[in-house]
Write a protein that binds this ligand. Sequence first.
Ligand code: SF4
Length: 300
Amino acid sequence: MTMQTIYDTIETVARDLYWKALKDIPADVRAALGRALETERKDGNATAGEVMFTIIRNVQTADEQDTLVCQDTGLAVYKLLVGSKLTLDLAEVKARVRRGCERATAEYPLRSNSVHPLTRKNTGTNTGEGLPIIKMDFVAGSSTLEIHMAPKGSGSENMSFLRMLNPSEGMKGIKKFVLQCIFESGARPCPPMIVGVGIGGTSDVAMQLAKEASTFREIGSSSLDPDMARLEAELLEKINMTGIGPQGLGGSTTALAVHIEWAHTHISQCPVAVNVQCWRGERASATITADGKATYHGAS
Ligand code: SF4
């Protein structure tokens, strides 16, 4: 096999993952939605139970009809984990991911959401200046390329927040800020939501951590840091006590999960970012080996 093969595969995978993420909700998200339905029924909240039932029916209908779960095709976010044992032209990799995104848009076809921020002119391709978003990281000792894809919908992405807290505000300040963000979000990000929190680093790093937490973490996974894991559990409990509930119509399930990603920070800083993901929790992934073979990871 020539090196061209792996680039062709990357392009195809980038295309297919966009479609797959829009149509096939991940198994952990489905399980969390099912638990939310049980909770609302157990609590005797007829409206919340009906909303959760409708959401789950929506997912089943998309399965049966092989169609999109929601009309918002989002902004394409790709996360690439490049094995250190692979020899790749990374500029070509990025170009192929972009091409895959364009092909997904043209061949399905998908609604294009990419517009110039001032003129609002649509490129028609879901690509453009800075789009798709392609993040790359490297994995020591690995000889595979992992591609993770998430089409980030606007209703939830608009619910993004950053505050540079004074370190003296401590844990109390962090909790207060996260809860303020949830109250401000209300029904707009289509709850039950997945709340991503980024703590530490610089302002831009905190936002990136929050996005990673909301978008790419498996629901039910806890932070490896015990203090962060405790904070995740406490915030989830408090958020679900707000009563915002499914689609903001009241209930016990405002959030399916709270995930925190963190980094060390400056002695005089405490950046905290919040990025909300809607119930759709859309993401898909695949692994590509050096010989150009792709394995798609099952969502359902
Ligand atoms: S927030 Fe999510 S579920 Fe709601 S309209 Fe946007 S993509 Fe769809």
